[in-house]
Write a protein that binds this ligand. Structure first.
Ligand SMILES: O=C(CO)[C@@H](O)[C@@H](O)COP(=O)(O)O
Length: 235
């Protein structure tokens, strides 16, 4: 009997959605989600085929990483996911990918500046890149402190206002209020990373958008629930 079947199913579905998005190849990347009331996290098993994954393969741990349900080894990024949940109280899920353009920015050691409204619709400012992790932070077969450098890089930004960071030498981590939101943010990150890469190729001096335009797009949003001008029913 699986005690955390609903959480595990939501994480299985999000990992499947991540694979279907094309943002991950092979077994790169991972998705987890947290149940803050039960104080548990469900995460993808390490190195496991997305196509073959079943609910019973999703690993459940406590917030210290102790396995509570599941027989497989949890993702090698579990410590990073747990650190983000402990530091960012407003998030419900974490996604890691090696998506092409976001990873290009991460490996270049540069954050993605807000150069257009597409960026501003989802990220309220520069998407930060972390410092490089040092060789002495490689301990017992793991790169430690990845979560710590993400939290440092985000600085004073509210986690859900800039729901992504680029880990230097590695790749992007994204998060959201739930697993579907986190996967969507990973998709938007890759779209924005690709636009910014090519914009910079055309114009090295491409300035960032104004604070006013950033604020308009980030705060206003768009769509039926947007807060700008009400539909003119008189037309
Ligand atoms: O970079 C790697 C593996 O080399 C990890 O960040 C990730 O992409 C995949 O690791 P897991 O399969 O989740 O353990």
């Amino acid at each position: 009997m699986m005690k955390y079947s609903e959480l595990r199913k939501s994480v299985l579905d999000a990992n499947a959605a991540l694979y279907d998005s094309g943002l991950v190849i092979s077994t790169f990347g991972n998705v987890s989600a947290i149940d803050r009331e039960k104080r548990v996290v469900a995460i993808k098993p390490s190195g496991f085929s997305y196509k073959a994954m079943q609910v019973a393969d999703i690993v459940v741990t406590d917030l210290d990483g102790n396995i509570l349900e599941g027989t497989l080894r949890p993702s090698s990024d579990l410590d990073t996911h747990l650190e983000l949940y402990k530091s960012f109280k407003s998030i419900g899920a974490v996604v890691h990918t090696h998506s092409f353009f976001a990873t290009v920015w991460a490996q270049s050691g540069r954050g993605i500046p807000a150069m257009g409204t597409t960026h501003a619709d989802y990220f309220n400012g520069t998407i930060p890149v972390t410092r490089k992790l040092r060789d002495d932070e490689i301990i017992d077969g793991y790169v430690r402190n990845t979560g710590k450098v993400i939290v440092e890089a985000l600085g004073n930004n509210a986690p859900l206002s800039v729901p992504a960071a680029l880990v230097n030498d590695h790749g992007p981590f994204c998060w959201g209020k739930d697993a579907a939101d986190a996967v969507h943010n990973a998709e938007m990150l890759e779209a924005v990373a690709k636009i910014a890469f090519h914009a910079r190729q055309l114009n090295q001096d491409d300035p960032e958008i104004s604070d006013a335009l950033l604020d308009l797009h980030y705060q206003r949003k768009h769509g039926q629930s947007a807060t700008y001008g009400q539909p003119d029913s008189s037309k």
